[in-house]
Design a protein around this ligand. Sequence first.
Ligand SMILES: C[S@@+](CC[C@H](N)C(=O)[O-])C[C@H]1O[C@@H](n2cnc3c(N)ncnc32)[C@H](O)[C@@H]1O
Length: 273
Amino acid sequence: MTGTSLSPHDLIGLARAGWRHGATHCVACDGYHQVWGSLRAAGLNAGLASDEQGLAPQIAAALSPGAHVLVAGAADPALLDLVVRTASGMPLSILVADLCRTPLAVIDELEPYAETDVLTEQLDLTRLDHVARWDLILSHLMIAHVPAGDRVEVLKRLRRALAPGGRLILVARTVGEAARDEAADDEAAWVDRTLARLASRGVPTPGAPGEFDALLRVYAAHRTDRLWDLATPEAIAGLLTAGGFEVVEFARLARADREPGADGKARYVFVAR
Ligand SMILES: C[S@@+](CC[C@H](N)C(=O)[O-])C[C@H]1O[C@@H](n2cnc3c(N)ncnc32)[C@H](O)[C@@H]1O
């Protein structure tokens, strides 16, 4: 983190930075990191905000002074910032890792945290080669982005990267087939609805006129790729076990904005060792 003056709570500033860095750094992201910040600023994507309350106690229980923490996959600084706030002054070393340089470049622009050393590293978790290094590994909705055939490999590598006594806190979601089909059918309507919501919530879209809309269409076309293909928390627990983890506990994250419905959409937090 080189540190400029970007606040992790300046959602419009983060959106602008993501748009700018994405133009240089995104390679095969299908618009994801460039539009992410604006969607987040409008409360329209799968961000961390609604999970904070459920996650913070789990994070607090896993932290100790001087702990080494790996954030495994980060589209924005939210998880990093939640860890720092939860630690409330406890010194920590945090590495934020992602496949794409864009969110890391945004994090590098944040104003430095007083008690926390933050590094960023562009890395592919399917090739993570750390051994017994991290007291806490955090992953929020990352695993759905990894192709199904690589997920166990990523989990095996995260397991190997855990220090003795360390913990993985992983948030993943379930979604039923009906929701996938509905999302695929709904693509054009979703783009129109999203642009209308950005406008009504006063979130400016970055770039030259029409540029954001065009990229949002690309993003929308790949939206269902990123939907989870497991229907139950037991299936996610099974993946963790296949990756060599022992699941210590798991719980559904209550969301103020949504009740679990027939579409099977829900988020779960798993604590594993
Ligand atoms: C849904 S986003 C995470 C959003 C989440 N709310 C957060 O905490 O930032 C998933 C992130 O995982 C990253 N990712 C996907 N596959 C990866 C891999 N093989 N190695 C590292 N990062 C990966 C993507 O680039 C993306 O930024």
